[in-house]
Unconditional design. Structure first.
Length: 180
């Protein structure tokens, strides 16, 4: 019974994605001048890929389809450069970490306040370090995170009720300066 319920919920989620994509495509046919619809479609495809609902055999197809929609949205929309973070995310999905980092960093030069771009650069650096065994990238990611305007300072002393989050943050950001 639990298995059948889980399958029905996954099926429901897939139908919701399909109906949203169909609705956006229908709106695009009816109103081709609305460039924000291209952005909506590209981002919906990206959410669909990220959802984990795709079969492994379809991932490459949807990756290429999503990349094409993102590029079309970038060309059609006057502020299409904001979609560069989405391109970097797609490159990251394929394990193209160096390219993803370059694209995300270029996007951050145009929009340094983009939290999504900053987090993507850090995630890409960490994943690249793990994949290639270049653990100096972890140090660089840590330094970059600490220098970011959105970084939260770690208190020097443990506060009451801080729990394991304090220990983890202190380990990564304060306690290992000599080992970094």
């Amino acid at each position: 019974e639990v298995y059948q319920y889980a399958i029905s919920q996954l099926d429901r989620l897939e139908k919701e994605f399909a109906s949203r994509i169909y609705r956006i495509e229908a709106d695009m046919k009816a109103q081709p001048a609305r460039t924000e619809l291209r952005i909506d479609l590209a981002r919906e495809y990206l959410r669909y890929i990220d959802s984990g609902l795709l079969d492994d055999g379809l991932k490459d197809y949807y990756w290429e389809l999503t990349l094409a929609h993102v590029f079309e949205a970038m060309l059609a929309h006057p502020r299409g450069e904001e979609l560069a973070v989405d391109v970097a995310h797609l490159l990251h999905m394929q394990g193209l970490y160096k390219a993803a980092t370059r694209v995300a960093q270029a996007a951050l030069k145009r929009a340094p306040e983009s939290l999504q771009g900053q987090l993507l650069v850090l995630q890409t650096m960490v994943d690249q370090a793990q994949a290639e065994g270049k653990f100096t990238l972890l140090r660089e990611a840590r330094t970059r995170a600490l220098e970011s305007a959105w970084a939260v300072p770690v208190p020097k002393k443990r506060e009451a009720g801080a729990g394991p989050t304090f220990d983890l943050a202190h380990f990564w950001f304060e306690g290992r300066k000599s080992n970094a």
